[in-house]
Design a protein around this ligand. Structure first.
Ligand code: SF4
Length: 247
């Protein structure tokens, strides 16, 4: 019989509890595949955020740590410094990384910590009901910007990748998306590069992943992918912002 699905060893058989069409499950899968392909499952330690991916440790089949809200880069720093042979990554959403954890991510980057950071940008606070995040784009309706985000009162969308790319201690920054199979494969290559950079002691690597949140965007999964392409990518252009791919 033709095999249609094979689970990466780095994913447990636990069913995902994400909403239908959510990008988190796709991102979990490409991280798990990259870990399997690099044969680093016994060396890798992931750090779960507070947010919709708070239960990431239920899905990944390798060591995971749960950190306080916004603090994964600080926890990752400690783990890497006491166990330099381990491959450490943090997995963080907009609220965790770009709001309450802004300080931690900037200073970990500025110290040039040899870490891999995966930042899931879905332009809102998912777990708490779809409030405005720093990454919410102009005009985007959220529960706290019902008429659409307005720069006069709510400021501008925060481009975290561009911001971190200006920091000397950062070796690699790429923005990717999971809106199509082609982009998913690019995202996996970026994740792999971030791991390889850490293995080669190149320093801080950052991958921003644009990801659909159909539930809080109030859209079907198909419409959410279309909105991601037509509205989000023009504000957050895809591509390598700093460094080079190594695979
Ligand atoms: S609220 Fe959004 S980010 Fe959270 S699980 Fe549902 S679709 Fe995914």
């Amino acid at each position: 019989m033709k095999k249609v699905f094979s689970r990466p060893k780095s994913l447990k058989p636990t069913p995902f509890r994400y909403c239908p069409g959510c990008g988190h499950s796709l991102v979990h899968r490409i991280i798990a595949e990259a870990v399997d392909q690099l044969k680093i499952r016994t060396r890798v330690i992931g750090i779960a955020p507070v947010g919709c991916a708070v239960f990431a440790y239920d899905y990944f089949n390798f060591d995971m740590l749960e950190a306080a809200h916004g603090r994964p880069p600080a926890a990752a720093t400690a783990l890497k410094r006491v166990m330099p042979e381990k491959i450490i990554f943090s997995y963080q959403g907009d609220g965790d990384l770009a709001a309450i954890g802004t300080s931690e991510i900037i200073h970990a980057a500025n110290r040039g910590e040899n870490l891999s950071v995966f930042f899931i940008n879905n332009a809102n606070y998912g777990m708490t009901g779809g409030q405005m995040a720093p990454t919410t784009i102009h005009g985007q309706r959220t529960t706290t910007t019902p008429s659409g985000r307005d720069a006069k009162t709510s400021g501008y969308p925060l481009r975290v990748s561009e911001l971190l790319a200006t920091i000397e201690g950062v070796s690699f920054v790429e923005r990717v998306s999971v809106d199509s199979y082609k982009n998913l494969m690019r995202a996996k290559r970026a994740v792999t590069t971030a791991f390889l950079n850490q293995i080669d002691c190149k320093g801080f690597s950052f991958v921003e992943i644009l990801s659909p949140c159909p539930t809080n965007w109030g859209m079907t999964p198909q419409k959410a992918l279309q909105w991601l392409r037509e509205a989000l990518i023009p504000v957050y252009p895809l591509g390598i912002i700093k460094g080079k791919k190594c695979n």
